[in-house]
Design a protein. Structure first.
Length: 123
């Protein structure tokens, strides 16, 4: 799999390209950090994580977030094979919230662990 490197898309004469793990991780980040309705032409692309940002942290909210993540990734990244139980929301003592996704990439049949930071302690 290949993808255009984001945010450093261009150098002076070429377009930057990322491949394999880096491309999949970058596409996951773009999908997860995009809000539904932001992409002109596909109003269903993205997740609804921003609307839950200041809600009370409980088990119901965690299930809603996991369902939203699972549905979006299954729909828009069919090259990844995983189950809902392979998605983990991790919160550490510093207040950082991240997603860990263990998935098999169907392009080269490798299993990888993708970690995406949602909220940093500096935010």
């Amino acid at each position: 799999m290949r993808s255009i490197a984001f945010p450093e898309i261009f150098t002076r004469t070429t377009t930057n390209i990322v491949e394999d793990y880096d491309a999949t991780l970058q596409n996951l980040k773009l999908l997860i950090w995009s809000e539904k309705g932001e992409l002109f032409g596909d109003p269903y692309y993205g997740t609804g994580l921003k609307r839950y940002l200041y809600d009370q942290n409980d088990v119901v909210l965690q299930d809603i977030l996991l369902d939203d993540l699972y549905t979006a990734i299954k729909l828009f990244m069919p090259q990844l094979e995983f189950e809902r139980t392979d998605i983990k929301l991790i919160r550490n003592s510093k207040g950082e919230l991240s997603i860990k996704l263990r998935a098999m990439n169907k392009a080269d049949f490798t299993t990888d662990l993708y970690t995406i930071v949602l909220m940093d302690s500096e935010m």
